[in-house]
Design a protein around this ligand. Structure first.
Ligand SMILES: Cc1cc2nc3c(=O)[nH]c(=O)nc-3n(C[C@H](O)[C@H](O)[C@H](O)COP(=O)(O)O)c2cc1C
Length: 401
């Protein structure tokens, strides 16, 4: 690559490592926090201890007294690396709950498939430390269509991991999962949905939630909520669209408010979290207030503003943006190395590289890179060429777009 000819690779990487370490120290984190190589909690050693801790950890849904702001589960997005990154740039107390990517119960029960599927439940030690120090709860999201598999998988998750809750995906509209009768297909199959919830409830003492939609082909808030509000659940996360809508149209928060009214009548102990089209923290608060939900879950909003859970922060400088991208690369590299496709990272580049002079060109260059080191070097050259570290604050600040 042409960049290698201009600056020595080793020299650049050495500089970069110093910079990342400086950032860690500036963030007030122990350098060891950055050792994200570990995977789950050591299995045998901690099993009894974890069970005890789980029992003591209570029910965060029921205990919540103010709107809970939640980062949505997103496949190939909200892995341990990205969750950690978001936590590190959020204001303490604003982000309250995070979710794993949806994880197949069939896969977890399959002796050969399990190790690959289990990657979705990975919580690195450094993420674990942040969860603890920032008091952020983490929920494992699962999906499938067989109640027995739910029972087995959830028992396994409860015993082997350390999550604060279990969530059943009854909302994903993607064709191949719906064709199996899973996820949003369950909205039209109350008997199976009931069996699945009962099997899951029986398998764990952890708080239980369902993430779902307003209906399959048409809005059926009343029928579906009446059913869910009669189940042993602690929370319902309601995306204000039908399965048929996928991500089209606008999220219908009026229907979410209808679900809240039904809840008030039928099951006041169950929390209702609204989801759909939230663009900022202030927007989330306003929606919760207007529609009386117990919180808001935010998905795609994080793509346009990874600092979304840090309201009121000063404008983000270009070098801060790019250093955050470098941090993301490092977290992804240390957690996954080459075990995941590097291409997964491409969707993130636009998040950080936008809204400043030269962004389009840098983005185009980043779309060509195929390794962590190429990406680090490309970003670092841009930083050096633009003398960003030394520029005046007025020149380097940008507004979030
Ligand atoms: C890339 C992507 C992946 C997603 N993966 C999941 C998932 O694993 N589980 C889930 O329940 N929802 C998933 N969703 C849906 C989101 O959690 C959320 O319900 C939806 O995006 C609407 O919220 P938003 O308007 O804030 O994005 C995904 C959405 C996106 C964009």
């Amino acid at each position: 690559m042409f960049l290698y000819n201009r600056l020595g690779k080793e020299q650049l990487l050495a500089k970069l490592k110093i910079k990342v370490r400086q950032k860690i120290v500036a963030d007030g984190l122990d350098e060891n926090v950055f050792d994200v190589t570990s995977t789950t909690i050591p299995k045998e050693k901690n099993r009894k201890f974890l069970k005890m801790q789980n029992n003591l950890s209570g029910n965060f849904w029921r205990e919540a007294t103010e709107p809970l702001m939640i980062l949505a589960p997103m496949e190939d997005v909200t892995d341990t690396a990205f969750r950690e990154l978001v936590m590190r740039i959020s204001q303490p107390g604003k982000l309250r709950v995070v979710f794993t990517e949806f994880t197949s119960t069939d896969g977890l029960c399959h002796p050969v498939g399990r190790p690959r599927v289990e990657q979705r439940l990975k919580v690195s030690e450094s993420e674990r430390d942040l969860l603890k120090s920032l008091d952020i709860k983490i929920v494992a999201q699962i999906w499938g269509n067989n109640p027995e598999k739910y029972h087995e998988a959830v028992k396994y998750i409860t015993e082997e991991y350390h999550f604060d809750g279990i969530d059943i995906n009854m909302g994903c509209p993607v064709r191949n999962v719906v064709a199996q009768g899973s996820c949003s297909a369950l909205i039209d199959n109350e008997p199976l949905a009931q069996e699945i919830i009962a099997a899951t409830h029986e398998a764990t003492h952890l708080p239980l939630s369902v993430k779902t939609r307003l209906g399959v082909k048409k809005i059926e808030t009343e029928r579906w909520m009446q059913f869910l509000l009669n189940q042993p659940l602690d929370a319902i996360i309601l995306h204000g669209r039908t399965q048929k809508q996928m991500s089209e149209g606008e999220a219908n928060w009026q229907e979410i408010a209808r679900a809240v009214s039904l809840r008030n009548e039928l099951a006041p102990h169950i929390k209702i979290i609204g989801n759909g089209d939230v663009t900022s923290y202030v927007h989330a608060l306003a929606l919760c207030d207007e529609h009386q939900t117990d919180g808001a879950m935010i998905g795609r909003g994080i793509f346009s503003d990874p600092w979304l859970f840090n309201p009121g922060r000063p404008a983000i400088s270009v070098d801060e943006r790019l250093n955050t991208l470098l941090l993301h690369l490092d977290l992804f590299d240390k957690n996954w190395g080459n075990t995941k496709h590097f291409a997964i990272l491409r969707r993130f580049f636009k998040i950080y590289i936008s809204g400043f002079r030269g962004a389009a060109e840098l983005r185009a260059r980043m779309m060509e890179v195929n390794t962590f080191d190429e990406a680090r070097i490309t970003v670092n050259i841009f930083l050096q060429e633009n003398d960003l570290i030394c520029s005046l604050p007025d020149e380097k600040t940008i507004n979030i777009i």
